[in-house]
Design a protein. Structure first.
Length: 318
């Protein structure tokens, strides 16, 4: 048997709504609890067995639910799922305030596509600020992510950014890299950190790294750092400014100290009949680079122009 318990906001709270307040917001002051068993005594509502709670647009599912009507604070226990403002929190135990959105928990998961964050404990130091202890972060949103960042502390600022501190990157179960801090913007569709691992005859074993970030409201940038066992280290950066579809520019620069050309004699070049099938002929340096600048802009009326400038260290750069 399912019981439904609805608690309306007290009269003094209802008086705070002005005549212009939408009816839907007025109704937000009431809590609806649907569960196998419910009771209300001394301002405390208790529910058990398949509990579903609705209030202020939030939805909570759990096995046991205790609610203080005066403080708007709930204690949720057992298979807890909290849906609020497009975010899903999962865990075994939560303390949640419906008005301030403050949340405390142990052993929880938070999903806000494409982000998945889990941790041992979560608290709310301030408005729109969540702090996770001993947690992990990934955009590989599945039960067993192929990669993840594990951090001693994660600061979450909804619709702004996620800041990880004391961070270790794991690929599967293997720790790969440590960084003191990592920032993932929630305003950028790109992942903050992108990487590629693999092997090819041309490059040997390689690890390609790219860190993406915002520069103001209309500009994005990336830093690259790549390692290839046959070719050495390389790196560069990209910067793109976007005003509109007709006014934008993109700048790219990339430099490599290419091990494939280390043995070129002074004043000489690689030979056309080189024994290494991956060497280009007539290359006279192992310092290889490319620079690109592209701009689109309005000239006037319905006329637009494109400028494209490229500089390569030598014609065979790849």
């Amino acid at each position: 048997m399912t019981a439904l318990l609805a608690l309306a906001a007290p009269a003094w709270a209802q008086d705070l709504f002005s005549p212009e307040t939408p009816a839907g917001e007025k109704e937000g002051g009431a809590i609806e609890i649907d569960a196998g068993q419910t009771s209300f005594e001394g301002g405390i509502a208790t529910a058990e067995d398949d509990v579903v709670v609705h209030m202020y647009g939030d939805v909570i599912y759990c096995d046991r639910f205790v609610y203080d009507a005066d403080t708007k604070t709930a204690y949720c226990k057992g298979n807890v799922r909290i849906f609020t403002s497009g975010t899903n929190y999962r865990g075994d135990t939560f303390i949640y305030n419906f008005e301030t959105k403050q949340i405390m928990s142990a052993d929880f998961r938070m999903a806000n596509y494409p982000l998945l964050i889990a941790g041992e404990e979560i608290t709310t130091p301030g408005l729109d600020h969540y702090r996770v202890y001993d947690g992990f972060f990934t955009t590989d949103n599945r039960n067993n992510p192929a990669w993840r960042f594990r951090a001693s502390q994660i600061e979450i600022y909804p619709e702004d950014e996620v800041v990880l501190k004391n961070v270790v990157l794991y690929v599967g179960p293997v720790p790969v890299m440590w960084v003191p801090i990592y920032v993932q913007s929630l305003k950028d569709d790109r992942e903050g950190y992108q990487f590629g691992l693999g092997y090819s005859d041309r490059m040997g074993a390689f690890w390609l790294n790219r860190y993406n970030f915002l520069v103001g409201d209309q500009s994005v940038a990336s830093l690259r750092f790549d390692m290839r066992s046959r070719r050495g280290f390389a790196g560069g950066g990209d910067w793109e400014y976007f005003h509109n579809d007709f006014n934008k520019f993109n700048f790219q620069a990339y430099f490599a100290k290419d091990n494939l050309y280390d043995n070129i004699p002074p004043g000489g070049t690689t030979l056309a009949n080189t024994t290494d099938s991956y060497q280009y002929p007539n290359v006279d340096t192992n310092n290889r680079y490319r620079v690109k600048y592209e701009q689109r802009f309005e000239v006037g009326g319905d006329m637009n122009a494109v400028a494209n400038i490229n500089k390569w260290g030598e014609e065979a750069v790849d």
